[in-house]
Write a protein that binds this ligand. Structure first.
Ligand SMILES: Cc1ncc(COP(=O)(O)O)c(C=O)c1O
Length: 418
């Protein structure tokens, strides 16, 4: 069995100006202004080391993995499996076999929903608990599954600040619940949920828990052993890695008991026309040629992030969040949506009667990139009776100047509309 301890790998003090130099895209102009990128919850920019790793792989090591004996195939396989080891260390999984490479959080959740369904985990009347602040990626796959087996979703409500109402969660736990699937950090409110408490409570009823950490791993240290979650998903592209790669983590014993998601090459042991047998984990869940370059890029992004102390990143981003919150609250007519005490990196807001799309369009002319819309969380918009919000979301390279430019842009929006 592999070691349970985290490998220490800190080399750099956190200094935002030197971090900014790591991201080539920050040198470009948009609409004649230096780029001010505040759409990190949608996707993050990539450091030069990640971009270079893709170039290096295709220039030097490109080959299919796992099934070639030649030099390049072995080099590509080693690089890909090394990335799996980095992902294992990143979230402190016990074994690299607990790391399933997927396209992203969405595919991870669909994989799990499909395999649990095929395993016969849910029957008519069974329940899956999610929360009111889930991304559509943690709603729709379960609905699709419920259509097939008659199970139903139960939803933990949220209060006006965007906190889960935990007393309601307590009341929802019963023996018909077969899974709790909750978001660690909300992409549209910024709320950081008490996932450890949720897991402990669910486990007291022997209910397994999936954590959607798509907005968590880039902002804080996530340790699956400490959380004791049964499954966890995240997307590479939201944590400075390429698009099209992410991770589904699962406890080895649970993954071993699940049937495969897709069939094809690389996931089998034997195939005859009568019957096929499957490989062990993680291969059983990784049919076909994977995103090799993306996996390698994810490994490099993890190495990049881990070159800092994650607590330093958390502290810095929190400071920026507090600064941004104060500055936005000074704007007359602006209302923040999502004011939970434990919050990270997300400033969602509405302003007077100005449609968020207009806010986003005008900010774009100033070189400021934010997101507007429902952020793939329509139930949250329904909860707050809003068609959409404007959302600025913070990443590792944002600085106080970015917040100042956002605020200046919003003042311009007001001038144009009022
Ligand atoms: C909380 C959360 N979960 C899941 C997802 C889906 O991630 P992806 O589109 O990378 O699969 C997102 C994307 O915004 C998200 O914010």
């Amino acid at each position: 069995m592999e070691e349970r301890v985290l490998t220490k790998q800190l080399t750099r003090d956190f200094d935002v100006e030197s971090v900014r130099n790591d991201f080539p895209i920050l040198d470009r102009e948009v609409n004649g202004k230096p780029l001010c990128y505040l759409d990190n919850a949608a996707t993050t920019q990539k450091p030069g080391v990640v971009i270079d790793s893709l170039n290096y792989y295709y220039t030097n090591d490109n080959a299919n993995i796992h099934r070639g004996l030649h030099f390049l195939s072995e080099a590509a396989t080693a690089a890909y499996e090394n990335a799996r080891m980095k992902a294992k260390e990143f979230i402190n999984a016990i074994s690299a076999s607990e790391i399933i490479f997927v396209r992203g959080a969405t595919e991870g959740i669909n994989l799990l929903a499909s395999s649990l369904c095929r395993a016969g985990t849910f029957s008519e009347g069974d329940e899956i608990i999610i929360s009111h602040m889930e991304h559509h990626a943690n709603i729709v796959p379960w609905q699709l599954m419920c259509e097939r087996n008659g199970a139903k979703l139960s939803v933990i409500p949220i209060d006006d600040n965007g906190d889960l109402i935990m007393e309601e969660f307590d009341k929802m736990l019963n023996e018909r619940v077969k899974l709790v699937s909750v978001v660690h950090t909300s992409n549209s409110l910024g709320t950081v949920n008490p996932v450890k408490e949720i897991i402990e409570k669910a486990h007291s009823y022997d209910i397994p828990v999936l954590v959607d950490a798509a907005q968590a791993v880039q902002h804080d240290k996530i340790d699956v052993q400490e959380l004791d979650c049964d499954f966890l998903v995240f997307s590479g592209h939201k944590m400075y890695a390429p698009t099209g790669i992410g991770v589904l983590y699962g406890k080895a014993n649970l993954l071993e008991d699940l049937p495969p998601y897709q069939g094809g090459g690389d996931m089998i042991r034997t195939v005859t026309f009568e019957k096929s047998t499957y490989d062990g984990i993680p291969n059983k869940f990784e049919a076909g040629t994977p995103n090799i370059a993306g996996g390698i890029g994810l490994g490099v992004a993890i190495k990049y992030l881990r070159s800092f102390d994650m607590h330093e990143i958390k502290k810095y981003e929190h400071e920026l969040l507090v600064y941004g919150t104060e500055k936005l609250q000074e704007i007359d007519g602006l209302r923040l949506v999502g004011t939970a005490k434990n919050k990270t990196a997300v400033l969602s807001f509405v302003m007077d009667d100005i449609h968020p799309y207009d806010i986003g369009t005008i900010l774009d002319t100033e070189g400021v990139a934010i997101r507007t819309g429902h952020h793939c969380t329509q139930p949250i918009m329904q909860r707050y009776n809003l068609p959409a919000t404007a959302r600025a979301s913070i990443g590792i390279y944002n600085n106080h100047d970015d917040i100042d430019r956002l605020v200046a842009g919003l003042k311009k929006v007001k001038e144009m509309f009022i």
